[in-house]
Design a protein around this ligand. Structure first.
Ligand code: FAD
Length: 393
């Protein structure tokens, strides 16, 4: 770990941040936790909750203040993500794609005009952003994507299908990764386009039916000869889209890792409380050492993930390249919360399997964290690649 006493600290001042965090924690416990079951059953986050999220400024967490956002540092954003981890991940998903790649590609690499045009409306939640990378034939191997952007004068014609796109049904704008440089295979041929969701030629598939995270919406997005002005390429330079996406993913992976620690905290708390109340053989099950072992393993692993996220966020803020650390955090924290959820079901016994107690819902919800924003296997490949790079100088 780095010396945590002297971090450079962009973001908002400590007092403002403490106020925001307290507000978010209250919102989560008073408004969201009571709705968890309803959202799971109806597969929908109520409209008034989305409105309250707008009022809280959640869509602008990571957008700089000069564009109307809150402008949190990565470490502060991680703490807010952790607070949202306490409840069903579907709630965070409502604003997650907007504060992640939906806006960060523009924040990091956009032209001044693009920043001015899109960021203020994203920060208020008026414009929900969605990120279109995955395709039916291009998942982990994202650089092999086939969606094409053919240049015709001062515009591009976009054609292709994107799969499993979070918030597509809510989106006002898509960041679409498409192959614009036909002579360049792989990542170098890809550009990132900012595309209005209501432009002619765009259609959505039916909302996907998922294992968990009900209320978090995904669907296919189909582009059929969609005309996109050339000035909608992020940064104005064709062929740089993949680099932008990878930069944004480092921050996104830390965000997901922090979210996982929040959900693990909730599950540990629920399991601890249940083990104190549930009696078998005349004693609370929490007095049995085999139950204690499961609680202790969950606690130690969650603490480890929290430390990893704090350290990686510190390094990010200090300007270090954290590709390796972000992948370590995402891999470890998502696997960790899977084990914690599994132990929670075990500690609850048969009740853990029943919908009424909500533990099985978290068990289903957390399964996704090992899959999206790069599967565990892809994180392993990135970590090993970065290790070898660092070794060879
Ligand atoms: C709910 C949900 C929301 C999503 N939201 C978005 C979104 O908003 N935008 C977006 O663009 N995408 C989104 N995705 C897509 C997601 O990022 C991909 O599903 C993910 O990257 C994996 O790709 P895949 O599903 O095609 O699996 P595949 O790539 O087909 O992988 C299948 C298996 O093979 C393994 N594998 C693949 N390559 C290797 C290798 N080289 N070595 C070892 N193992 C390997 C994988 O780890 C996995 O276990 C979402 C997915 C889901 C489920």
């Amino acid at each position: 770990m780095k010396d945590q006493q002297t971090p450079p600290r962009p973001g908002v001042d400590d007092e403002t941040f403490a106020g925001l965090l307290a507000q978010v924690e209250r919102f989560v416990s008073e408004r969201l936790v009571p709705l968890e079951r309803q959202v799971d059953e109806n597969d929908e986050v109520p409209g008034e909750i989305v409105e309250e999220m707008r009022e809280l400024g959640l869509f602008g967490l990571s957008i700089p203040q000069e564009y109307g956002g809150i402008g949190l540092s990565v470490g502060q954003e991680a703490e807010i993500a952790k607070a949202f981890g306490w409840t069903s991940p579907a709630f965070r998903s409502v604003f997650g794609s907007t504060i992640g790649i939906g806006s960060q590609g523009i924040v990091m690499d956009g032209t001044p005009e693009q920043k001015q045009e899109f960021l203020p409306r994203m920060a208020t939640g008026e414009l929900i952003g969605s990120f279109c990378l995955t395709e039916p034939e291009a998942g982990s191997d994202a650089a092999s994507l086939r969606t094409t952007a053919l240049r015709e004068g001062d515009r591009y014609l976009l054609n292709g299908t994107k799969r499993f796109i979070t918030n597509a049904p809510r989106a006002g704008v898509f960041t679409v990764m498409a192959r614009s440089e036909m002579g360049e295979p792989g990542a170098r041929g890809i550009s990132a386009f900012i595309v209005d969701a209501d432009w002619p030629g765009i259609s959505l598939g039916k909302p996907d039916r998922k294992m968990g995270q009900k209320g978090a919406l995904t669907s296919d997005v189909v582009f059929d000869n969609v005309e996109v002005p050339a000035e909608r390429i992020i940064g104005g330079h064709p062929g740089r889209g993949f680099v932008t996406a990878m930069k944004v993913l480092d921050r996104g992976r830390l965000h997901i890792a922090a979210l996982c620690t929040g959900t693990a905290r909730r599950l540990i708390s629920e399991a601890l409380a249940y083990s104190a109340g549930r009696k078998q053989f005349g004693r609370p099950i929490g007095e049995f050492q085999l139950i204690q072992a499961m609680l202790a393993d969950s606690e130690a692993e969650c603490y480890a993930a929290e430390c990893m996220v704090a350290d990686a966020a510190w390094r990010y803020e200090a300007g270090e390249d954290i590709t390796q650390e972000a992948s370590c955090c995402k891999m470890y924290a998502s696997e960790m919360v899977g084990r914690v959820a599994d132990r929670a079901v075990q500690i609850f016994g048969g009740a853990g399997y029943m919908a009424e107690y909500g533990i099985e819902r978290f068990y289903r919800d957390v399964r996704l964290f090992r899959l999206y924003e790069g599967t565990t296997q892809i994180q392993q490949l990135i970590i090993a690649r970065e290790m070898r790079k660092r070794q060879s100088g």
